[in-house]
Design a protein around this ligand. Structure first.
Ligand SMILES: Cc1cc2nc3c(=O)[nH]c(=O)nc-3n(C[C@H](O)[C@H](O)[C@H](O)COP(=O)(O)OP(=O)(O)OC[C@H]3O[C@@H](n4cnc5c(N)ncnc54)[C@H](O)[C@@H]3O)c2cc1C
Length: 430
């Protein structure tokens, strides 16, 4: 029996979401994609098949928060994505420059980019997207290599560099019956935004109020979606949004002032002059907020979060609270050669990277050859906000990582090259 050999790549990317795609999009733009593919790069994705990956991306039935060009401007139109840029969906996205657009079209765009990259990998022989690879932990060896492990503890692959692009999950409080008497039923906003309405329908049928917690794009988008789907069934004050502050987006300080918006306390993004670039409401979410505060929309009320009834003793009926209060990184265990855990520096439940997208250890120093990209590992802006957006992942974040991993190879511990005969990972991706 041939002993199992762990395949070696120059780089492993964990996850193949829009964040991870930033590596391919940036490398293509920088004309470094062939270098990366020749060096050997493996994208390890937990979704079992491409079809399943494509189904679960951006499943939300709402408008994007970003404008169309944010999804397009990093893509090199003459490179491997040239055909994608010309297809019908992309033409629609281009036609929406300056506006937000349905996330369904963004899902199609991201899927088309992935398919084009997958095809390119198939011909490389040394690189690929590998499905059904859920990474549980990474072991960092003293020789500078990293080995990824799946649930069963079997090594999946070895490499010099690892890019973590596993995304994030919604923060939800653990139900605490001692506080709310078991009467508050929490749902993540992603559940409702994906069109799963059974709990909401039950609430509407019984004529009860729906609470939405948070002042974010997701929070207001939940209310927009509920009004679009069930609007005529809501009476006055049936949707209450409890928040700690609502911020609006403006493309410039002048636009904000002309709209009568107070910019005291607003975050101004120095590079572009945009107001509340990362957390400000845009599009339909912003319109709804403005309608509510001006009294034109009475079915929705906005209230301070301190007024959320933690103890709903005044009624026997449970409250449905849809949470939209933020995200936390999807984490992967990190251990050293001896199996001791390596702790990562965290801020607001997110694992932190430095300005070069290098993952930071608890003491604030970068961990060698380990990078992070995407919603779970975003960089911080000068205003200490996470720079979350496909335009960052595909633009400067992807670029800084590519420059570091496509540097002239200084192989620390060359392992076996990937070859077609390995049963585990290599060859044409499944
Ligand atoms: C309602 C809503 C609206 C949004 N609107 C916008 C917008 O307009 N513009 C914008 O730029 N962003 C928007 N976002 C944010 C958007 O979700 C992110 O920009 C994008 O999805 C981040 O991609 P990602 O790859 O970092 O994470 P994900 O999309 O979460 O992808 C992570 C990938 O990693 C895989 N994975 C996870 N764990 C493992 C593991 N252990 N092993 C292997 N694979 C793993 C997952 O299967 C997945 O494919 C929105 C988000 C929400 C919720």
């Amino acid at each position: 029996m041939t002993p199992h050999r762990t395949p070696y790549f120059h780089t492993q990317v964990i996850g193949c979401g829009p964040g991870a795609l930033g590596i391919a999009v940036a490398a293509d733009r920088l004309k470094l994609l062939d270098t990366l593919l020749d060096q050997g790069i493996a994208f390890l994705e937990k979704a079992p098949t491409p079809k399943e990956l494509f189904r679960q991306r951006f499943p939300f039935q709402i408008e994007s928060n970003s404008v169309a060009e944010d999804f397009l401007k990093a893509i090199e139109t003459e490179g491997i994505f040239a055909e994608v840029c010309k297809n019908e969906n992309s033409r629609f996205v281009y036609s929406r420059i300056g506006s937000t657009l349905p996330l369904e079209n963004i899902r199609m765009l991201m899927n088309d980019l992935t398919k084009a990259f997958l095809e390119k990998c198939c011909f490389s022989g040394t690189s690929g997207i590998f499905f059904g690879r859920e990474i549980e932990s990474i072991r960092l060896s003293a020789d500078g290599t990293a080995t990824t492990y799946g649930r069963s503890g079997i090594p999946i692959a070895q490499s010099r560099n690892v890019v973590i692009a596993t995304g994030a999950v919604e923060s939800l409080p653990a139900p605490d019956d001692s506080v709310d008497g078991g009467k508050i039923r929490y749902l993540p906003s992603s559940h409702v935004l994906s069109g799963m309405f059974s709990e909401v329908e039950e609430q509407i049928r019984d004529g009860r109020t729906i609470a939405i917690l948070g002042g974010s794009h997701s929070a207001f988008s939940v209310a927009v979606l509920l009004l679009e789907c069930f609007g005529s069934q809501f009476k006055q004050d049936r949707i209450r949004i409890y928040h700690k502050g609502v911020h609006l987006y403006f493309s410039s300080i002048l636009e904000a002032i002309e709209s009568g918006y107070s910019i005291a306390g607003a975050q101004i993004f120095r590079a572009t002059g945009e107001v509340n670039k990362f957390h400000g409401l845009r599009g339909k979410a912003k319109e709804l907020y403005q309608q509510v505060v001006s009294g034109r929309e009475s079915r929705v009320q906005v209230r301070d979060s301190s007024l959320f009834p933690q103890r709903p003793h005044f009624t026997d009926a449970p409250i449905l609270a849809i949470q939209a209060i933020g995200y936390r990184s999807r984490k992967i265990g990190l251990v050293d050669d001896a199996g001791a855990p390596i702790r990562v520096f965290e801020y607001r439940n997110c694992q932190m990277v430095d300005p070069q997208c290098r993952l930071l250890a608890e003491n604030g120093s970068p961990i060698r050859n380990l990078y992070g990209i995407g919603i779970g590992h975003a960089r911080l802006s000068e205003n200490r906000e996470f720079k979350i957006g496909v335009n960052f992942f595909h633009g400067p974040d992807g670029e800084t990582i590519v420059h570091q991993i496509a540097a002239p190879a200084r192989r620390i511990a060359p392992g076996p090259r990937p070859n077609q005969s390995s049963p585990n990972l290599n060859g044409v991706p499944n």
